[in-house]
Design a protein around this ligand. Structure first.
Ligand SMILES: [Zn+2]
Length: 422
């Protein structure tokens, strides 16, 4: 029987061989995930990130890809004092295999975690196949899933039909500012993107994702003695307050688009007119036009505030993760992956979320993608983060089956990508 005629939800002999291989790798996957979890890779722990990256490179050398660690550009960060500083993070891992193959996939993930050095270090076996530890689920387990799926795929006869680029980043939890260029460049060459963020606790995948923006606005006024010559002062804090109130009033003006003033830093003694104030704000928007509108409103309100005498401002930031709405390409890919999951007895749901990830960036590069192919677990971003260990080989199996179907053309990667441009 020609593979073309087999429904996506049915296992081929090739699938079965890969699944057997992956089942046999379960213990090794768990051991590796735990060992990786024990190396702290908090987003600001540059030393830890630089220690960990070569371990990743060594692991990915088990594939047929050419593996490199790429130095990243510094990220600008605005301090509460208004000072702009450069932060240097760890390298990006890039692995490239068979770039001339007819079907091209980009696989992404991050190796940083939200846990600063020294905050959450232990891995604990909670029993019942449940393990607690930093980054087990978000997403060192997911990186293991990606790696083993690639190895299982490459052990089979379809590999000439599919090439890939892997991008593993050191800064996803803080916005991918240092790694976005590497993600975009790799994503542009691909028909389909696969990102290995954890799925939801019940196994559901993310559907549509909103876009996310962050702005730091530095207001500058002029200080003066508030008692003796207040008329000479120009309060940066009052400008910031006007800005904050006008921004907050925008929430729900346009359906699904939200704003949040996250922090306001400024001022000191009560007898001094404050000359400096830093406002940090975020916005989430469901689609491109909403994101453009949100940016336009922030600009408009800032211009209104700058009509105040003696106030200047400069702004850093914008939509660093554009929205990833459900379009025809995404819907087709969701459908094909859900059918594929049936071969494993998994009923996949796709749930829309306000949360963002590298899948947004891959989508912005014009590449449809599935971004929750990692492990099952929960309580991520807390010290109760847990991994369901059996999901390592289970989800690697799902990813391997997706790779098989793309290589065989049963998931038509080119046709799906073509749906991105209406
Ligand atoms: Zn993550």
């Amino acid at each position: 029987m020609n593979a073309d005629n087999i429904p996506l939800g049915e296992l081929t002999d090739l699938d079965k061989t890969a699944l057997d291989k992956l089942a046999a790798r379960q213990d090794a996957m768990l051991a590796r995930t735990i060992a990786w979890s024990k190396v702290n890779t908090g987003s600001y722990n540059t030393e830890g990130l630089k220690t960990f990256a070569p371990m990743l490179a060594e692991a990915f050398a088990e594939t047929e890809a050419e593996v490199e660690l790429l130095e990243t550009q510094p990220i600008e960060s605005v301090k509460a004092t208004g000072e702009v500083r450069d932060f240097h993070t760890g390298p990006v891992l890039r692995a490239v295999a068979r770039p001339d193959a007819p079907n091209q996939v980009v696989l992404t993930g991050h190796y940083d975690t939200v846990f600063p050095k020294g905050t959450f270090t232990e891995v604990t076996d909670l029993g019942g196949g449940k393990f607690n530890g930093p980054g087990l689920t978000d997403m060192k387990g997911g990186i293991c899933v990606m790696l083993e799926a690639l190895k299982a795929f490459e052990a089979g006869p379809l590999k000439d039909q599919l090439g890939y680029r892997v991008i593993l980043t050191p800064d996803e939890e803080i916005g991918n500012h240092a790694s976005n260029d590497a993600i975009m460049a790799a994503a542009r060459t691909a028909h389909i993107g696969l990102t290995f963020e954890p799925c939801m606790e019940d196994g559901s995948f993310s559907g549509a994702r909103k876009g996310s923006a962050v702005w730091d606005v530095i207001f500058q006024g002029r200080s003066a003695h508030a008692g003796r010559e207040p008329e000479k002062g120009r309060s940066a804090l009052m400008a910031a307050a006007e800005f904050a109130l006008k921004i907050e009033a925008l929430t729900d003006v346009r359906e699904g688009t939200t704003f949040n003033i996250g922090s306001i830093d400024g001022g000191d003694a009560v007898n001094v007119v404050p000359a400096l104030c830093v406002v940090r704000l975020g916005a989430r928007a469901p689609d491109g036009p909403s994101a453009d509108w949100a940016q336009g409103e922030v600009d408009r309100i800032l211009n209104e505030v700058l009509k105040r005498d003696g106030i200047t401002a400069h702004t850093h930031g914008g939509f660093y993760r554009p929205p990833k709405p459900r379009n025809a390409a995404q819907e087709k890919l969701f459908g094909d992956v859900a059918e594929t999951a049936k071969a494993l007895g998994i009923k996949l749901n796709f749930v829309d979320t306000g949360g963002v990830c590298e899948g947004n960036n891959v989508f912005a590069a014009g590449t449809p993608n599935i971004d929750t192919l990692g492990v099952r677990g929960g309580r991520i971003h807390s010290d109760e983060e847990f991994l369901m260990a059996d999901s390592l080989s289970e989800r690697a199996g799902l990813a391997a089956l997706i790779l098989h179907r793309i290589a065989e053309g049963r998931i038509d990667a080119k046709a799906i990508k073509a749906l991105m441009t209406p």
